[in-house]
Design a protein. Structure first.
Lengths: 354, 291
């Protein structure tokens, strides 16, 4: 085993200098390949060294397990096992379930239904309505977050006294619990006690009751969600704003470029990719919105603020249409996977640009 | 990267900007401030028509978070919130610790010994975190019932370990990726074993980052609602679920009491936000965006 380790040292060190000369944008795949080849053919990198020692047969299973080739797999196996047992296996199980007729509160065995559940889901007008509610909330909330977050970032993009402390006040909402924010706003929208309802009643004679109209309830949900997550957008934009090299602005000053032109040609290119990332990330997260709606409106009035997540919850745990809920869940999952790949693609594009 | 020698464009501004930012920040923070103050108000003060900014603070709300007056009169009973706060901390701490140990090993593997299809593994791992929790909860709920795990510490800790694992892996990997590999290669050339390269060179450099990851993940778990709602019982209930039940149950909600619970619930989070300010961007984007 000892010899095996020494052999790897030889392989590792010889590939080291070669790796450091790779351009920073080089993907992991190529780096990995580089390491793999150097591990697989240690002799080639150790010119003139002693013949390959018979370590593999001598050390038995433990030696086989601890050999350099298995180092990567060995390190990630525990994580993959945990994820598989607790996360991926249940998901596959419910994926199977989505092709059956099954109710979690009945003893009856599942009956195979093929794509029937998916057909039911895609043709059900109720579900399309839930998708529309979700889309309205996503578009409204993400738009507000982008605008407010952007403006907040502009405000904090300079160094000034007490900046760190004021920044904390703005960033705090983002770290709060979604359910806590739901409770907050439930209190603020309280017709007699809530300060938002009382503020509104200064302008209109009637008191503000959150569940009185669908439009109000939707705006109320959007406001709560946007308040919580605008700091997220701000944080991303701020990272872009402070990364602009100073010499670009100095050059612009020499050229006497105006404010708008400086913003459009210097600042914006630096924050464009981050804005896109913020947009994608927030779209994914808001698409899943559950806690705030569940606590604030419970989907009401009627079903006007019921989002897809809340509806899946109802289907699964109130109507016990377990397999239909699974099918709808998988349609959601598909959407999230597409958005996540887009997000990671945007991340890589940004790295390549940097 | 040659970013280090570039001078950033962050300009200097004076107290004028501080004043403007202070006004905006205070407006933005007002909802939290409102909750914090309501927690210290007596019932008439909380209901006072123009919002009262000057009032005599009382701790009675905080007292009734933990002890509820008996209907018969004199005695008080435990409201259970002591247990719920303990549960939140215990479940969060244990599961994050487990996730971080397993996750750090995996992150080191992904970062230093990439496999064929490394990016695919990482993508699948991130997807398990991005997927709507409502999808995961349906089969888990059924399976937990079958194995008798619902309402037990084991079940919820196992679930939260898996829930925190993708986050830990991506965060830890981002810290490992940031390290300068020449030092490791130099150590290898001097004959240190792979284990001591990890233990003596890589790990000490990322301790700070791992600590930030730990605290971050504890907050995420502390805040989590849906899994806790479905899978905890009376003995293992966490604070968010207990809060939701407090509003759901009664006809008239005692907002002073609720604000006091919320205050105890969010104060640690606000403090931690301040401490972690420099790692916040990395944390909220699961390590995908560093700077």
């Amino acid at each position: 085993v000892r010899n095996g380790a020494v052999r790897l040292v030889g392989g590792g060190s010889s590939s080291g200098p070669a790796r450091t000369f790779l351009p920073p944008g080089t993907s992991f795949a190529t780096r990995g390949f580089d390491i793999m080849t150097s591990i697989a053919n240690p002799e080639t990198s150790m010119s003139g060294a002693a013949a390959r020692p018979p370590s593999r047969s001598a050390a038995g299973f433990l030696g086989w397990l601890m050999s350099p080739e298995r180092r990567g797999p060995l390190l990630i196996t525990p994580a993959l096992v945990v994820l598989f047992v607790v996360n991926i296996f249940p998901l596959m199980w419910s994926f199977g379930l989505s092709f059956f007729e099954y109710k979690a509160n009945r003893i009856a065995a599942p009956v195979f239904k093929g794509l029937g559940n998916y057909e039911d889901v895609l043709t059900d007008p109720d579900i399309w309505e839930r998708f529309q509610h979700t889309a309205t909330i996503v578009v409204g909330s993400v738009a507000v977050q982008l605008v407010v977050g952007f403006l907040l970032a502009l405000l904090f993009a300079q160094e000034f006294p007490l900046r760190r402390y004021l920044l904390m006040l703005v960033l705090a909402p983002m770290m709060l619990s979604l359910s806590a924010v739901g409770v907050f706003f439930k209190l603020f929208y309280d017709p007699t006690l809530g300060f938002i309802s009382r503020f509104i009643s200064l302008f209109t004679p009637e008191t503000f009751v959150i569940l009185s109209t669908p439009a109000r309830a939707t705006i109320a949900v959007v406001l709560a969600d946007a308040w919580m997550w605008s700091p997220f957008v701000m944080l991303l934009v701020l990272a872009g704003l402070v990364s602009v090299p100073k010499y670009l602005y100095e050059a612009a000053e020499i050229d006497r470029a105006g404010w708008w032109r400086r913003f459009r040609t210097i600042t914006f290119p630096y924050i464009r990719s981050l804005l896109l990332l913020a947009l994608l990330f927030r779209t994914i997260e808001t698409f899943k919105i559950f806690d705030v709606v569940y606590i604030l409106t419970e989907g009401g009035p009627g079903s006007s603020t019921e989002t897809v997540s809340v509806y899946v919850y109802r289907l699964a745990f109130q109507f016990f249409r377990t397999s239909v809920a699974s099918a709808l869940g998988y349609i959601m999952l598909f959407a999230v996977i597409v958005l996540t790949s887009l997000y990671l693609y945007a991340i890589q594009t940004r790295r390549a640009e940097a | 990267m040659e970013k280090a020698r570039e001078v950033r464009a962050i300009g200097k501004a004076g107290w004028g900007r501080t004043l403007g930012a202070a006004i905006v920040s205070c407006i933005y923070f007002f909802p939290v401030f409102f909750i914090l103050t309501t927690a210290f108000k007596t019932r008439p003060d909380a209901l006072a028509m123009p919002i009262k900014f000057l009032f005599t603070p009382t701790l009675s709300n905080f007292y009734s978070v933990f002890f509820r007056a008996d209907i018969q009169g004199s005695g008080t009973t435990d409201s259970g919130f002591g247990l719920y706060f303990f549960n939140s901390l215990f479940i969060g701490g244990t599961s994050v610790f487990l996730a971080l140990v397993i996750g750090t090993a995996a992150a080191y593997g992904f970062s230093r010994f990439p496999l064929r299809g490394n990016d695919t593994y990482l993508f699948i791992i991130l997807t398990t975190r991005m997927l709507p929790p409502i999808i995961a909860i349906i089969p888990i709920f059924v399976l937990f019932r079958v194995f008798g795990l619902s309402g037990s510490y084991t079940g919820i800790i196992a679930l939260y370990t898996a829930f925190n694992l993708p986050f830990s892996i991506w965060m830890a990997k981002s810290f490992f990726d940031d390290l300068d590999r020449d030092i490791e290669d130099a150590a290898r050339m001097d004959g240190s074993s792979e284990w001591s390269v990890f233990r003596k060179i890589c790990l000490p450099q990322v301790y700070g980052g791992l600590a930030a990851t730990f605290v971050f993940a504890v907050i995420l778990t502390w805040n989590e609602f849906l899994f806790a709602l479905m899978l905890t019982g009376t003995e293992t209930r966490t604070v968010p679920v207990a809060i939701a039940r407090t509003i759901g149950g009664q006809v008239g909600v005692d907002w002073g009491l609720l604000s006091a619970i919320e205050t105890l619930f969010i104060i640690p989070v606000v403090i931690v936000t301040f401490v972690l300010q420099n790692q916040l961007l990395r944390g909220v984007t699961f390590g995908t965006i560093r700077k």
